[in-house]
Ligand binder design. Structure first.
Ligand code: 2BA
Length: 109
């Protein structure tokens, strides 16, 4: 078994959950915050059999798109005067950041 952890943009999270439910894949959605932009994103925990990993990755790819986002001036460059950026910076936020971890043991009670 594998645990797929996928960080996706909030705008894509409903579409992805619907696609997972439709394919009968169980998942947990967590409200999360990006460390860099400090804005909300969604983290999915998806526990699946090894042979389901590729189809889940396909669903994530199909339902999550990358977008450009503006970072407000000085919102995350360290917060001191030396690193102050007086203009908004455009950042490309990926469709999904995905981690795939082995599961040692799975139990449900
Ligand atoms: P954030 O940390 O808010 O990052 C949003 C986007 O800002 C990133 O998109 C990247 O394009 C840019 N960015 C992040 N750190 C940067 C830096 N130090 N310098 C310049 N630009 C930077 P993505 O890479 O697609 O990441 C989207 C979200 O996925 C991240 O939101 C974070 O919540 C998560 N993430 C990405 N890489 C991760 C990692 N290695 N571990 C844990 N979470 C990660």
């Amino acid at each position: 078994m594998k645990m797929i952890i996928a960080v996706v943009q909030d705008k894509d999270s409903n579409r992805l959950s619907e696609a997972l439910v439709k394919e009968n894949i169980r998942a947990t959605k967590l409200a999360s915050t990006g460390g860099f932009l400090k804005s909300g994103n969604t983290t999915f925990l998806i526990g699946v059999r090894d042979d389901q990993v590729d189809s889940v990755l396909k669903l994530v790819k199909e339902n999550c798109q990358s977008r450009k986002q503006m970072m407000a001036p000085m919102s995350s460059m360290g917060g001191n005067a030396d690193s102050y950026v007086p203009y908004p910076v455009e950042v490309e936020v990926g469709g999904a950041t995905v981690f795939i971890l082995p599961i040692d043991r799975f139990e449900q009670f």
